[in-house]
Design a protein around this ligand. Structure first.
Ligand code: PEP
Length: 263
């Protein structure tokens, strides 16, 4: 269902009217985690000023340590919904478990399946039946074939509104958190008709790498970029070191404008 052999034309996925696909370069930005209404609104305003058309934000956070901030849960979703009302930005947010899909989908405009859940087949089936567009992040240890098969689980339930997100894979390299696999962008686009975007925030894990990695992804043909932003990264409860501040965002939007010739 997701193979390009069946659908030679590349697909466009619409998230509350916002297109992701060929001929557009969609910027999705927002806080890694929803912390407070004020922080989320400030991050959303930053995102909007930079030209973002979708707001990201985690209410359920998949943290390596059980002692790290786990997200505000449903309260975080309510904050996101309020910020959507305030800004008009549709929201993309992660769902961690199959039994929470219906509840998360009642707030979200796009459901995110994170790298750690890419092969959670029960979750994939549930999001496939939820009637909302899905952003499927590549598993950090997954091959492109496995990633596309995961997308197939969602598609099998009748949902072809799937955006693939390359967010870095595990390699022997320790200088970055993960290695952004730039080649995955054209490879996945040749094998599948689904849009492919990149996440330069979670792959590098470092603010200074976000812009170069975003550039690399765009030049490789990415249909969009998803980045973390925070009004005060030093106080962030999650992934502060990779969050962009206002001036980085200005650079990013300039980069997107300059590189749109490569679309
Ligand atoms: C995220 O986008 O908030 C996230 C946790 O990403 P990943 O699943 O790629 O680590």
């Amino acid at each position: 269902l997701v193979s390009r052999e069946q659908h030679p034309d590349r697909s466009v996925v619409h998230v509350r009217g916002v297109p992701i696909g060929p001929d557009t370069l969609t910027l999705i930005a927002g806080p890694c985690a929803v912390e407070t209404p004020e922080q989320t609104l400030a991050a959303a305003r930053m995102a909007q000023r930079a030209g973002a058309t979708l707001l990201r934000g985690g209410a359920f956070k998949p943290r390596t340590s059980p002692y790290a901030f786990q997200g505000l849960g449903e309260l975080g979703l309510k904050i996101l919904a309020d910020v959507r009302t305030e800004t008009g930005l549709p929201i993309v947010t992660e769902v961690l478990s199959a039994h929470e899909v219906e509840m998360v989908a009642s707030y979200a405009d796009m459901l995110q399946v994170g790298t750690r859940n890419m092969q959670n087949f029960t979750l994939l089936r549930e999001v496939g039946a939820a009637g909302k567009p899905v952003m499927l992040k590549r598993g950090m240890n997954a091959t492109i074939e496995e990633w596309l098969m995961a997308a197939e689980y969602i598609a099998q339930r009748g949902n072809l509104s799937i955006v693939l997100c390359e967010r870095g894979i595990r390699t022997f390299e320790t200088a970055t958190r993960n290695t952004l696999d730039v080649s995955a962008v054209p490879v996945a686009q040749r094998l599948s008709h689904l849009p492919v975007i990149v996440d330069p925030s979670h792959s590098g894990g470092r603010r200074d790498l976000v812009l170069p990695l975003a550039r690399a992804g765009i030049v490789a043909g990415s249909d969009g970029v998803i980045v973390d932003v925070h009004p005060d990264p030093a106080t962030a409860l999650c992934d502060g070191p990779q969050a962009l501040v206002e001036e980085d965002l200005t650079d990013l939007s300039r980069t997107i404008e300059d590189l749109s010739v490569y679309m």
